[in-house]
Design a protein around this ligand. Structure first.
Ligand code: GLC
Length: 544
């Protein structure tokens, strides 16, 4: 077990993200709940993870599945009670698992008491907790667009004012320029630290310094000042881990966030690699095949750029992204091989890995009729693109490939009704492939993806090169193979991954011939070739 009072313990840790709505239901209402998470802690302990990033469980009208919070100090009743939450924190801790809460500090729900008070008048308490601009009903303050579609301003006739919302209309942005608002947020965070929470994931944290009048949403001029204050006031304990979601971060910026001397955050989630399969000039919905050399150069830039300075977080999947095995692997014929290969490619890197629920059993994307999608972003995208006259088949192809709902289908526990997720009617479609792909089957099969992840997690704990080694990319232009080395003074690691469903030729560098095999997804290495989606790791030197 890691000593979590130590500064930087999270550099040796692996985290697991839970999207509570889709994890495990216990009371038959079709919605996952906190007792359900508690009932699966033994499974997570077996996997070997050190912490859970819990997507929001706060009270919420669920316009954006809990990322619209109406009370930061209460639990949404279908998820359970505060007593359940306390029990989860305690039960997880017993198993060496920390709870990392998701903090949405950029916006609240329009049903939060603050916003309700703000609506009472221009001089009402909390009015200035939000961002208001005067103006007539037909002329929004400017043409800024919301991330989930439509204008980023909403008119309130009774006040003769517009409020700013970067996301949904029901997610009004908080005004970080107001010191009283900032204090209220810090106070709320301390409430959770006092309950035993050991870290936080900070939702769209790069947006808090926004200046909508200047058309600045992410990376506003005061962003880092605000984060330093937040960290000083709310994250006082050395052991707390903090990870900021920062879509706008480049390597330089991520260095500022995560440089220990800067006293900001432990690390950030950055998304540069998430665009290597998007058409140039398009957004995430504009599909292009994976450009492996581009991905490799991107990984190299981040690995080298933060080495000895800041810290990377490593992830392929989360609740906003499609399933990696469907995206860059092969979710039919080579599902198991490719899921393992993608895991190895990521877990060999320097940084803190995050596994998203179901990734460890190779869960896949889903295809649904448009009426069955739940996600607000997906629904709005469909409406907008159809209104623009795009071909429905193209719009649906984008949704199948990139909808956030791909990640939100219920966790597949076993081959029984509703995949063992609920005894009731699930709130969202269960992927019909659950009869083959489920946790019970994975636990019964020593060659499963689950045990591959378990081994990767154990390797990270055993060999310091995983945490400390520097990174060298091999064969950068190779379009099929991603291979790299990691190196400390006395230990070297080679990671080799075939990203294709074909047999390709590839020679082990001479200095790794005869190296110690750490993990592989095929029984024995073939000389001079890699089989479809083959991966392996070899090690040289070291004290063991
Ligand atoms: C983040 C969350 C996403 C949410 C958005 C608005 O990107 O990960 O799920 O919709 O912020 O809160």
């Amino acid at each position: 077990m890691l000593d979590k009072t130590k500064r930087g313990w999270w550099k040796s840790a692996v985290f697991y993200q839970i999207y509570p709505k889709s994890f495990q239901d216990t009371d038959g209402d079709g919605i996952g709940d906190i007792p359900g998470i508690i009932s699966r802690l033994d499974y997570l302990e077996k996997l070997g993870i050190d912490g859970i990033w819990l997507s929001p469980v706060y009270d919420s009208p669920q316009a954006d599945n809990g990322y619209d919070i109406s009370d930061y100090e209460a639990i949404w009743p279908p998820f359970g009670s505060m007593a359940d939450m306390e029990r989860l924190i305690a039960e997880a801790k017993k198993r060496g698992i920390s709870i990392i809460m998701d903090l949405v500090l950029n916006h609240s729900s329009d049903e939060h008491l603050w916003f309700k008070q703000a609506l009472r008048g221009r001089n009402a308490p909390c009015h200035d907790y939000y961002i208001w601009r005067d103006g007539g009903p037909d002329t929004p303050p400017n043409d800024l667009r919301a991330t989930f579609g439509g204008p980023a301003w909403e008119y309130v006739p009774a006040l003769g004012q517009w409020y700013f919302h970067q996301f949904a209309v029901k997610q009004p942005d908080l005004n970080w320029a107001n010191p009283e608002l900032r204090r209220a947020l810090y106070h709320m965070i301390r409430f959770w630290v006092d309950k035993g929470v050991e870290g936080f994931r900070l939702d769209v944290i790069d947006n808090i310094g926004k200046e909508p009048d200047n058309r600045i949403t992410a990376r506003g001029p005061k962003l880092h000042e605000y984060i330093r204050e937040l960290s000083r006031e709310a994250f006082r304990e050395e052991g707390l881990v903090t990870v900021g979601e920062a879509w706008s971060a480049d390597v330089e910026e991520a260095g500022s966030y995560s440089d220990p001397d800067g006293r900001e955050l432990s690390m950030v989630f950055q998304f540069e690699h998430n665009f290597v399969d998007c058409a140039p000039g398009g957004d995430k919905w504009d599909l292009a095949p994976l450009d492996l050399p581009k991905l490799k150069r991107c990984v190299e830039r981040w690995q080298k750029g933060l080495y000895g300075r800041g810290w990377n977080s490593l992830f392929w999947d989360n609740h906003d992204l499609p399933r990696i095995v469907s995206r860059w692997g092969d979710d039919s014929r080579y599902r198991v091989e490719s899921a393992k290969m993608l895991a190895a490619a990521l877990h060999g890197l320097q940084g803190t890995p995050y596994i998203y629920q179901g990734e460890e059993i190779g869960m896949t994307n889903i295809r649904l009729p448009i009426g069955e999608y739940e996600d607000i972003e997906t629904r709005n995208l469909y409406r907008e693109r159809m209104a623009q006259g795009r071909a429905e088949a193209d719009v649906m192809a984008s949704i199948y490939a990139r909808s956030r709902d791909n990640a939100r289908t219920p966790m597949q526990w076993d081959g029984g009704p509703n995949a063992g997720f609920t005894a009731g009617t699930p709130w969202f479609a269960v992927n019909p492939n659950y009869t083959d792909i489920n946790a019970e089957a994975a636990l019964d099969d020593p060659e499963s993806i689950f045990y591959f992840y378990q081994r990767l997690i154990a390797l990270r704990k055993t060999h310091p090169v995983f945490r400390d080694g520097d990174f060298t990319l091999l064969d950068p232009e190779n379009e099929q193979v991603f291979a790299y080395t990691r190196e400390t003074g006395d230990e070297r690691l080679l990671v080799v991954c075939n990203f294709t469903g074909e047999t390709v030729s590839w020679r082990i560098p001479p200095d790794f011939e005869g190296g110690q095999p750490l993990i592989a997804n095929y029984p024995a290495q073939a000389k001079g070739t890699l089989r479809p989606y083959e991966c392996f790791m070899l090690r040289r030197g070291g004290r063991r």
